[in-house]
Design a protein around this ligand. Structure first.
Ligand code: SF4
Ligand code: SF4
Ligand code: FES
Length: 479
């Protein structure tokens, strides 16, 4: 592999040629701030926050879009670079509704005041990303204490039409991450940039409301947005009301997929936050039953396994339990809708269980998961009352003094017997990814080896449904 010799911040390095300065720096433990860059998405180099100084060049260059070359001498944190980044942040904030600046959190800028835990104790701020917004974090790191530039009018209306994915154009920094993920990875192409200059904004298909647009509610734009410009509609205040209400019972299904993000938000070591600790904290807040989503996931996998066994002899079996895939197929492959077996997802299995509980008191169901399409499905198909993700749960705990990082643990409530696991390689809980090609696996079904494919994003779903699904005995589609 050809290499080049470079120097970053007086450190002599030998790095692979062809890398960007950002990649070379990060591989060697040198952090350069980024906003528009997102690992796995194409670089647009439009935010200018990653600017670095390269000796011999008159202007600062974006580290995410500049490739290393032999003998390059780079400074990533000089006074000039820091000042340029601060100005960039001030300019971004001039076009950003800063309702996290209303109090002393950033405005008076003593580091301890900026602790996100402190933020949650007050009710001034109504930004869903307060405390874990990438722009806010950088504003903090570069001591943006006052906003010297004109605050342009930020009076765009929020698009709440879906009831799940919400757009707030007043918070958008035009980094295009959402546009890329929706277009390049999910191939939905619902989001695009409209207008020019200061009027530039991200809009759904033809400027429609989200509910009327091509959005399939996969929630991936929410995951990549660095600010509060796209977020999942929150329910934590209502959830808390019902947790404290004597007139209702509350049943929670808790998914292990929130644990990594909770651990990161609490800034504690791996293993310090566990399902049992979260369970204890939820019981303490007033939730009666807290069960693990593992049971419902096993039931969901069991239904898919049955479907596969029943139909595998009759040609390719295409199965999915994803809400976003269902919407995607309706929108882009309507002719194939009847050919795909849509099974119940774990959230529907949970809803089915909750229905059986209705007794003297009404029951409110709460799904805690980081799978955002489940939140949209719960809203639209109305089986589950509320969905919280890891960020909402974190803020709920901060606001109420719940503390899953403490030592108290409680067993999760066991509510049904789990079915045996079949075809784990194919039906396991699998991650979304940025890849272009579906994963291939082989499993033995009804005594025969079967060639299977798993789509880990909607781009891969498209590829399979356009024809390549015929190469397989079983295809599983995820969004
Ligand atoms: S939720 Fe998915 S389909 Fe809808 S705009 Fe976001 S990325 Fe696109
Ligand atoms: S909505 Fe978020 S991800 Fe999309 S361009 Fe604006 S800030 Fe970036
Ligand atoms: S991260 Fe490099 S220009 Fe935005």
């Amino acid at each position: 592999m050809p290499t080049v010799h470079i120097t970053i911040n007086d450190k002599n390095l030998t790095v692979e040629s062809g890398l960007t300065i950002l990649q070379a720096a990060r591989e060697n433990g040198i952090e350069i701030p980024t906003l528009c860059h997102f690992e796995g998405l194409p670089d647009k180099a439009n935010c200018r926050i990653c600017m670095v100084e390269i000796e011999g060049m008159r202007a600062y260059q974006p580290a995410c879009a500049t490739r290393v070359s032999e003998g390059m001498v780079i400074h990533t944190d000089s006074d000039g670079v820091r000042a340029a980044r601060k100005t960039t942040l001030e300019l971004l904030l001039a076009n950003h509704s800063v309702d996290c600046h209303h109090c002393l959190r950033i405005g008076s800028t003593k580091e301890p005041d900026l602790d996100p835990r402190f933020c949650e104790m007050c009710f001034w701020c109504d930004c869903e990303r307060d405390g874990f917004c990438e722009l806010q974090t950088l504003a903090r790191a570069y001591h943006v204490d006052v906003l010297p530039y004109i605050q342009h009018d930020k009076d765009h209306e929020l698009d709440l039409s879906l009831g799940s994915v919400v757009r707030n154009p007043n918070k958008c920094i035009k980094c295009r991450r959402c546009v890329e993920v929706c277009g390049e990875v999910q191939t939905v192409h619902n989001l695009s940039m409209a207008n020019r200059g200061r009027a530039t904004m991200v809009v759904p298909e033809l400027g429609k409301l989200m509910a009327d647009s091509a959005c399939v509610r996969c929630g991936r734009c929410v995951e990549v947005c660095p600010t509060g410009a796209v977020f999942m509609q929150e329910h934590k205040d209502e959830v808390l009301y019902y947790a404290h209400s004597y007139d209702h019972d509350t049943v929670v299904q808790l998914s292990a997929n929130v644990i990594p993000e909770l651990t990161a938000l609490y800034k504690v070591g791996l293993g310090e936050i566990t399902l049992k600790k979260v369970c204890a904290a939820l019981h303490k807040l007033g939730f009666q039953t807290v069960m693990s989503s593992e049971h419902a996931e096993k039931l969901a996998a069991d239904e898919m396994a049955d479907t596969i066994e029943r139909n595998v002899e009759n040609g390719p079996v295409i199965v999915s339990n994803s809400f976003a895939v269902k919407n995607f197929v309706k929108k882009f492959f309507p002719d194939m809708e009847a050919q795909i077996y849509f099974c119940k997802g774990s959230e529907k299995q949970f809803a089915k269980y909750v229905k059986r509980l209705e007794g003297d008191k009404p029951v409110k169901s709460v799904l805690i998961t980081n799978v955002l399409e489940q939140a949209a499905e719960a809203k639209e198909e109305a089986d589950i009352d509320f969905v919280l993700n890891a960020r909402e749960l974190y803020r709920l705990f901060l606001r109420t003094g719940g503390a899953p990082a403490r030592k108290y643990e409680e067993e999760l409530d066991k509510v049904w017997e789990d079915p045996p696991i079949r075809y784990e390689e194919l039906l396991r809980e699998a991650d979304w990814n940025f890849g272009k090609e579906p994963e291939e696996v082989t499993v033995t079904v009804n005594g025969k080896k079967r060639k299977c494919a798993i789509a880990h994003n909607l781009g891969q779903v498209r590829l399979l449904l356009e024809g390549s699904y015929t190469k397989y005995d079983v295809v599983r589609l995820m969004a």
